[in-house]
Design a protein around this ligand. Structure first.
Ligand code: ATP
Length: 248
């Protein structure tokens, strides 16, 4: 239901995405794995439309020339070039790298702010769900975002994305900076969210170990190109993937 073809992104003359195609079916979890600078955030920004905004701002400020090419469709509709806010209304919600929660707002306020796309009933129901899937948040509803641990911040960031009623959730490096125990716990939660909220998830991550076991299909990104793709078992049994991500 979500499809991207031939995505190319240039920062000036530097090719950051090279002919990347990707698809994600209903309720599927798709992984995009790559090292630092592989192009994961560029891809997530391009899928969510934020790349178009960044390109426009640069153009208006006389900054670097960013060129975006390719095709994106969601539920049969052409989404390429569509504004990020309109993509969000269509259900494409990005949970950005490094969480980006509001540090001076409380946990509850952070969640409510994101509910602007939801009806009152959806807001109440989704709040209940967020506190069910992330129980540690129930004890800190009045704490300021800036005073949360990394794990709590990530729970809040995903919770906030859920409040926006996603049909396709884009998670950019959700495990960054978290302890291995929390990484595995979050990966399990991400799998539960896909099943329980009937949401499709594309997750970009350099820590493949906890994420690869929960995906349906995945891509390995290297220097802006998708060099290997396949279902979970194919990827996990690929010798190059094993040596790069599983140390064997
Ligand atoms: P990380 O894990 O470090 O976030 P990433 O896989 O998300 O890495 P990107 O942030 O997408 O990678 O970066 C891909 C490449 O594009 C890198 O070489 C990066 O330096 C370059 N890049 C990213 N943003 C810009 C920009 N605004 N101008 C120029 N080059 C950029």
């Amino acid at each position: 239901m979500f499809e991207a073809q031939g995505l190319m992104v240039f920062y000036e003359n530097m090719l950051a995405l090279n002919n990347v195609g990707l698809s994600c079916g209903d309720r599927q979890i798709v992984g995009v794995f790559g090292a630092n600078s592989a192009g994961k955030s560029t891809l997530m920004y391009t899928l969510s439309g934020i790349m178009d905004d960044i390109a426009k701002k640069e153009r208006m400020a006389g900054g670097e020339r960013i060129t975006i090419r390719g095709g994106i469709s969601f539920q049969g509709k052409d989404m390429f070039g569509v504004k990020p806010a309109a993509r969000a209304r269509a259900g494409i919600i990005l949970c950005p790298e490094r969480r980006r929660i509001f540090p001076e707002s409380t946990v509850l306020e952070n969640l409510h702010i994101a509910g602007y796309l939801a009806s009152r009933q959806q807001t109440e129901e989704t709040l209940d769900y967020v506190f069910t899937i992330f129980p540690p948040l129930t004890k800190i509803t009045r704490r300021l975002g800036g005073f949360l641990s990394g794990g709590e911040q990530q729970m809040l960031a995903i919770g906030r994305a859920l409040m926006a009623q996603p049909k396709l959730l884009l998670l950019d490096e959700p495990l960054l900076g978290l302890s291995p125990a929390i990484q595995y716990w979050l990966a399990k939660s991400i799998k539960e969210i896909a099943a329980e909220r009937q949401v499709a998830i594309i997750v970009a991550e350099q820590y493949a170990r906890p994420i690869m076991p929960i995906i349906d299909y995945g891509y390995i990104l290297e220097n802006g190109s998708a060099v290997i793709e396949g279902d979970r078992d194919k990827l996990m049994n690929n010798p190059d993937v094993k040596s790069a991500y599983f140390g064997s």
